[in-house]
Every structure is written in structure tokens, then in C-alpha cells.
Design a protein around this ligand. Structure first.
Ligand code: SAH
Ligand code: MG
Length: 193
């Protein structure tokens, strides 16, 4: 397990919501155990989870998308620091404007929480038949469990409502099945039926 202390500290100081420790550990173990080689990530931020995933094995390739320029530039810096330019492709774009033809072993959805259904619908065609879609932050710091009536902020209530919709969408999906695990900020692990 490689530790990326510098990146973790930068994230903390700048309020960048990188994956929680136990969550990223679970994800990287999953990648190792299932011999995942080709990964698509929606939401790179500063490249923390991207780099962690790429470092699992030197035959792993990651494509990742980030729409915020400042974070993207920081991610590029971090990727260079770990000499991973050859195995990580990063796009500065809104994920909804990216068209990919490739198929991936794993798609990691970790971007705007209100749009998870849309990300899922857009990128499911890029999943290999035996591939997995990981979704982060399904618990949203315990707020999804807490219930909307107990949340003061209208904005946060809206996100919680959308996350619940996404969870229902996964639960009732005819094509996919999902395992929900309460590690990190709540992770969904979705595979084709
Ligand atoms: N995966 C990262 C954390 C990502 S934080 C890690 O664990 O290290 C979520 C990121 O998604 C933010 O930086 C945000 O700018 C980006 N994002 C949100 N919606 C997006 C979209 N539609 N397209 C591209 N990036 C998006
Ligand atoms: Mg996240």
C-alpha cells in the first residue's frame, strides 16, 4: 500500500473530497483481487484515487475525467510526480461531453452526486460484460440515512433526494445488480446480471 501523504494533506487543506481511507483501500483491494486492468473514473479531483488505482499494478491503465481546471492541473502535477503519465489519461472536460468507445473492467463514479443516474446511463455502454461499476458517497456522510426532514440545507436535501433515487434505481435495475457496503462514505458495487 503506497501512501500519498502529500496529496492527502493538500486535499485536507483545500477541502477536496478525496476518497476516504477505508474506501480507497477496499477499492484497490478489489482491483487487485479481480485483476482489473482498464479503469474509467468520473471525477479525478487532484488525482488521488486515480494514482492509488494505477499503483496497484504496473499493467493497469486509467482514464479519468475532471471538469475543474485547477484540480485538473494539480492532478497532472501529481500524476507526473509518480511517473504515471503513460498509464493515466486525464481529460479536462465535463463528463457529459466526453465520448468514449473503449470498454472498461471497472468504472468508478465519484463526481457530482446529483447526477449519478445520468453518469451511469451514459457510461454503462463502456462497461465490459463482466465489468463492475463502483459508486462512491452513497451514504453522503450519513445524511442519506438521516432522512430529508432532518436536514436544514435545501441544497443538501436535494442531493440526498437524488442519491436515494440513485440507490432505488440500482436496487430495481433489471440489467444490473448492486451490493451496497458501508465502508468509507458508502460504496455501491454493481455488476451485470
Ligand atoms: N475521485 C477523487 C475525488 C473526486 S471529487 C478521489 O477520490 O481522489 C469529485 C470531482 O468530480 C470534483 O473534483 C468535481 O469537480 C468533479 N466533477 C463533478 N461533476 C463532474 C462532471 N460532470 N464532469 C467531470 N467532473 C466532474
Ligand atoms: Mg467520493
Amino acid at each position: 500500500m503506497v501512501h500519498l501523504l502529500e496529496i492527502e494533506e493538500y486535499a485536507k487543506e483545500n477541502n477536496i473530497p478525496i476518497m476516504q481511507k477505508d474506501g480507497i483501500e477496499y477499492l484497490t483491494n478489489y482491483i487487485k483481487e479481480n485483476k482489473v486492468k482498464k479503469i474509467l473514473e468520473i471525477g479525478s479531483a487532484i488525482g488521488y484515487s486515480t494514482i492509488k488505482m494505477a499503483l496497484v499494478s504496473d499493467d493497469i491503465y486509467v482514464t479519468t475525467i475532471e471538469r475543474d481546471e485547477k484540480r485538473y492541473l494539480k492532478a497532472i502535477q501529481n500524476i507526473k510526480k509518480y511517473n504515471l503519465e503513460n498509464r493515466i489519461t486525464i481529460y479536462l472536460k465535463d463528463a457529459f461531453d466526453v465520448e468514449l468507445d473503449d470498454k472498461y473492467d471497472l468504472i468508478f463514479i465519484d463526481a457530482a452526486k446529483s447526477q449519478y443516474i445520468k453518469f451511469f446511463e451514459k457510461f454503462k455502454k463502456n462497461l465490459k460484460d463482466n465489468g463492475t461499476i463502483f459508486s462512491d458517497n452513497l451514504a453522503f456522510h450519513g445524511l442519506v440515512e438521516l432522512g430529508e426532514e432532518n436536514i436544514d440545507s435545501r441544497n443538501v436535501r436535494g442531493i440526498v433526494r437524488k442519491l436515494k433515487k440513485y440507490i432505488d434505481f440500482l436496487k430495481n435495475n433489471e440489467e444490473f445488480e448492486t451490493k451496497f457496503i458501508s465502508i468509507g462514505d458508502g460504496i455501491g458495487i454493481t455488476t451485470k446480471k
